[in-house]
Design a binder for this molecule. Sequence first.
Ligand SMILES: Cc1ncc(COP(=O)(O)O)c(C=O)c1O
Length: 375
Amino acid sequence: MKDIKRMILLNPGPATTTNSVKLAQVVPDICPREPEFGQLMENISTELTRFVANPGHYTTVLFGGSGTAAVESMISSIADHNKMVIINNGAYGKRMCEIAKTYGLNYSEFTSSPCDAIDLDALERFIKASGQTFSHLAVVHHETTTGLLNDIRAIGELCKRYRIDMIVDAMSSFAAIPIDMEKINISFLASSSNKNLQGMAGVSFVIAEKNKLERLKHRKARNYYLNLYAQYRFFSMNRQFRFTPPVQTLYALSQAIEELKQEGINNRYKRYAKCWKTLVAGIARLGLTYVVPESCHSKLVTAIVEPDHAQYNFQEMHDYFYARGITIYPGKLDQLNTFRIANIGDITCKDIERFLELLGSYLRGIGESQRKVGS
Ligand SMILES: Cc1ncc(COP(=O)(O)O)c(C=O)c1O
């Protein structure tokens, strides 16, 4: 086996993985309809559930597809004739609205700043003022656009008071930020294999209360491949995907789950948060700022304001880093020019220090922040 070059991915997933996760994909060929493979998928499903809920009452429905597949499955399968509120405070909240629109669902959009905490009183007024009973509320836990962490605990309480089922896109928080679905009152949650789980891209999943999944039984299907109830039902009857699963990616996911169990979600978050502290202290020394206040920051992804300098060019900066083994990511905010750094994956503070060292060199190279960096 030749050495695998280690790349430091500071994009918000797919994240840097361990060699053991990469190598877990190299297995004898197997037909995914074999019981042995069914057992592997069942274990994956149970362990994923266990990270956030009691597998007695909740279950994980796996899909082959990127994270958007799980979000689309959730939104399109769960919505009924009642209205859904979708909180849009970033690109991924907006994407949920686009999904709802594509399916012609009955929904209302609650917009909020991508850089600041949601005004919960305003959200409550919005719910009250609509004059309609909302059946569901969909929110992104961690808006990867800016690093904004939405307070799903408080939103969950609001949903409980108004008897609304909460749907959470936890794509970039799952496996880093501890979540207790029952305590927070989350009925459905979506995530994927390749962010804080530190697995390979290609598997996404919906974790749901079993009794709420069962209630979807008589719902007229809006789609085929992404039908949440059909995927749940088929797997629980046969321990198989309805259609071909990403076999090798699932072996890698199984290994990634073992590694998460060994590290523990709390420790993983501590490691990530330590990387973040190193990152923000370093960018401050270089005279750069970031957009979300610490009080509502995930400490996982940071949108950094781009240097205001004639010589600055994101693509050139990206290429400078890429040639040195580090991948950085463009921003996604309309209002402000930012680039993004994610401190997730199999990385340590040393990797962030290396990034900062190179950032200093790059900025010196274009003549930016000479005063602050030069000494
Ligand atoms: C919060 C959130 N939701 C959804 C997605 C979409 O996931 P994917 O790109 O895997 O389809 C992402 C991807 O970054 C995300 O961060």
